[in-house]
Design a protein around this ligand. Structure first.
Ligand code: OGA
Ligand code: MN
Length: 281
């Protein structure tokens, strides 16, 4: 297996590895280590079916299902991340900086996307390295975040904070709303330690984090704004231009990601699988 970094800060291409056949223990561990190190892995030209995608996903953690997002009719483990060509001027799934479902007690450990259909241009995805973000924090912010907890709220999926209809994603991704448990504030540490690599990462979510523990939303807002600007600086990021057959794995504990919604008029379809994570510590 050859790993070629795609930027100075995050992401690597995985080369000279056949993903179409089962991995032995040694190469599976090599792959997990590669994800620990680079946080996002890119594999080109993968002609794999959904069963194989699920097997690959399970290398990184137990296969798990997403709440609130409707999976494929014939496979509850797979979500179609889809925007049709005629879905224009609508939001897109993941169209702001976020990590996935951080308002859960145990947010996903990571996810895998496999590109089936992509626009001729546009529809890129960005990731940002939150280990580097933590390490590069100015001293005053480092002191502020450590040790502190923040509130994560599943606002879009709850009752009280569900967004207005017009800001919702297009019809091709069906999301359940109106779950009162998504309105419950969940506390997570602002700095979390990765269970495998023991590296520390900032764990704040521009979509779901509302405030710091024992602080109001108003008092938290300017500090969060400063942190978010820092956490998404270009030198912490990589940007992936999708091709059909691309298989991408990311660590959801130590990265943020962003789906760029700039391809109205074109169809984009990726199959998505998820592996489980733990309660952040
Ligand atoms: C996701 C997500 C990004 C994309 O699947 O969680 O945010 O580019 N997708 O589709
Ligand atoms: Mn996402």
């Amino acid at each position: 297996m050859r790993l070629e970094p795609v930027t100075g800060g995050i992401g690597a291409d995985v080369l000279e590895t056949d993903f179409s056949v089962p991995f032995g223990d040694r190469s599976a561990e090599q792959l997990r280590r590669a994800l620990d190190q680079y946080l996002v892995l890119f594999v080109r030209d993968q002609n794999i079916d959904r069963m194989r995608q699920k097997q690959i996903t399970a290398i990184f953690g137990p296969l798990s299902r997403l709440p609130y997002v409707e999976p494929l009719d014939d496979d509850p483990d797979v979500v179609a991340v889809l925007k049709e060509a005629d879905e224009v001027k609508v939001g897109v799934f993941g169209g702001d900086w976020h990590s996935d479902f951080s308002f859960l007690e145990c947010p996903p450990g990571g996810s895998v996307l496999h590109a089936v259909e992509v626009p001729p241009v546009g529809g890129d995805t960005l990731w940002a390295n939150q280990i580097l973000a933590y390490e590069a924090l100015p001293e005053d912010l480092k002191t502020f975040v450590n040790p502190r907890r923040a509130v994560h709220l599943g606002a879009p999926y709850g009752v009280n904070y569900a967004p207005p209809e017009k800001t919702r994603s297009g019809r091709s991704i069906r999301m359940t709303r109106g779950d009162p448990t998504a309105d419950i504030e969940r506390l997570h540490p602002v700095v979390r330690t990765h269970p495998r690599s023991a590296r520390k990462a900032l764990f704040l979510n521009p979509i779901y984090t509302t405030r710091f523990e024992d602080m109001s939303v108003e008092d938290s807002a300017p500090i969060l704004a400063r942190l978010y600007a820092h956490m998404t600086r270009p030198e912490l990021c990589c940007r992936h231009r999708w091709r059909v057959g691309d298989l991408v794995v990311w660590d959801n504990r130590t990265t943020l990601h962003f789906a760029v919604n700039d391809y109205d008029g074109f169809r984009r379809l990726l199959y998505r699988t998820t592996f489980a994570g733990e309660s952040p510590v």
